[in-house]
Design a binder for this molecule. Structure first.
Ligand SMILES: N[C@@H](CCC(=O)N[C@@H](CS)C(=O)NCC(=O)O)C(=O)O
Length: 178
């Protein structure tokens, strides 16, 4: 993999005029088509390459539900929690408590789901798991010394959400989605 230093301010300014009117990353151009927002990019690429996206109405509905759970909840609330815990100029206990509490609740929802289902959408590894993993991988930044294994509903020594990153890759056929 080729890793390059990126000047964020310059990159975001360039994106603002060329790719993403919201001036945020990630944003990509694929075959001359611009796509912005991480979950839109995941959906676009999954559909384009017919991978990590289940077929069939029930499977698709389950996957979309969990993808949106991450996109509209885990993602923005984690972002706000990180902001108030680590970057806010003022120490605001109310804000820190509000966002950390909501994130803890959402991790419990994920625990509950993953205690019953191998992956978020069922038996198949999908873009919903990919979206979740991005936040789970940095959960320590929110919870500090409190390990993910502290969450209830776990079925083995490792908490389900923390185990997701280590699980083996996708099964080719979805067998059960709900
Ligand atoms: N909902 C958007 C959030 C995008 C976003 O807030 N990106 C941040 C980085 S994680 C950013 O571009 N920050 C730079 C800035 O705001 O100038 C997504 O998931 O893509």
């Amino acid at each position: 993999m080729d890793v390059r230093h990126v000047d964020m301010a310059r990159t975001v300014r360039a994106l603002a005029t060329k790719i993403n009117p919201n001036a945020k990353v990630p944003a990509v151009v694929q075959d001359g088509i611009a796509v912005f927002d991480s979950h839109a990019i995941l959906l676009y690429l999954a559909e384009k390459h017919a991978g990590f996206i289940p077929r069939g109405n029930a499977c698709s509905a389950t996957m979309l539900s969990w993808l949106q759970f991450v996109a509209t909840g885990l993602s923005p609330f984690s972002g706000q929690a990180i902001h108030f815990l680590h970057h806010a100029r003022e120490d605001l206990p109310y804000a820190k408590n509000r966002y950390v509490k909501e994130i803890r609740r959402r991790y419990q929802v994920l625990e509950s789901r993953l205690a019953k289902s191998e992956w978020l959408a069922g038996d198949e590894y999908t873009i919903a798991d990919i979206a979740m993993w991005g936040w789970v991988a940095s959960a320590g930044y929110i919870f500090g010394d409190e390990p993910l294994s502290a969450f209830p509903y776990r079925t083995d020594d490792e908490a389900n959400v923390s185990a997701v990153g280590g699980r083996k890759s996708a099964r080719s056929q979805a067998r059960a989605c709900v």
